[in-house]
Design a protein around this ligand. Structure first.
Ligand SMILES: [Zn+2]
Length: 211
């Protein structure tokens, strides 16, 4: 569980208040970057937040949270499992297409594989593999969001025809499907998508690429 503990160093480095969530077990600590990310990305919500949408960035810049400040997501999870919060949950972001009004977005750093085991333009974006620390952090964050009232977990693929491998089998099988199976979150079920998005493939649910 050490991957869930970010310690004091990031707080000192960032010089901003971290959201220390004192907890019994399973709670994650979140580095508050909301003062450093562009407030111009934040819109007003038209409805209550009840969902989280999982994404992969399709690139990695390592573990330095400062290198991800322009990512359009509420939360980011870097390879060493550190979680940063870029925008308040109350803000609507243009992150997840048709899910934007009702959801918060989590972006995992990495150019991650599709179900065929290949990477998208690896010569440009690298060949990343989701880390165990990212899986633990993602699960912990989902658990925390569940406690805060989130009831649905979706893949960006479900709301966008251009995001077929977003978040991809590694993240879905180890974090999204875990949220469904363990936390009782709802992903809309087999065949569910909105607008021109595509449903979650069965191969994502059972992928063993990561674990
Ligand atoms: Zn996405």
């Amino acid at each position: 569980m050490s991957a869930l503990i970010i310690g004091l160093a990031p707080v000192a480095v960032f010089g901003v208040a971290a959201l220390w969530v004192h907890a019994r077990s399973n709670r994650v600590e979140i580095v508050d970057l909301t003062a450093l990310a562009a407030a111009s990305k934040r819109g007003k919500r038209s409805r209550t937040v009840d969902a989280v949408v999982l994404h992969q960035m399709s690139f990695s810049r390592g573990d330095d949270l400062h290198r991800y400040l322009k990512v359009t997501a509420h939360f980011i999870i870097v390879p060493n499992g550190t979680i940063g919060q870029l925008h308040p949950m109350s803000a609507r972001l243009s992150a997840s297409d048709g899910f934007n009004s009702r959801s918060v977005a989590i972006e995992f750093a990495g150019n991650l594989r599709s179900v065929d085991g290949g990477w998208y333009r690896p010569e440009d974006y690298g060949r990343d593999v989701l880390t165990a620390a990212q899986v633990l952090a993602g699960r912990g964050l989902l658990r925390q969001l569940r406690a805060a009232g989130i009831r649905h977990v979706y893949a960006h693929r479900q709301s966008s025809p251009k995001r077929g491998n977003d978040p991809g089998p590694e993240i879905w099988s180890s974090v999204g499907q875990w949220g469904v199976d363990v936390l009782g979150l709802d992903d809309g079920g087999d065949g569910y998508a909105i607008a021109a998005g595509k449903p979650i493939p069965d191969t994502w649910r059972s992928s063993t690429l990561t674990l």
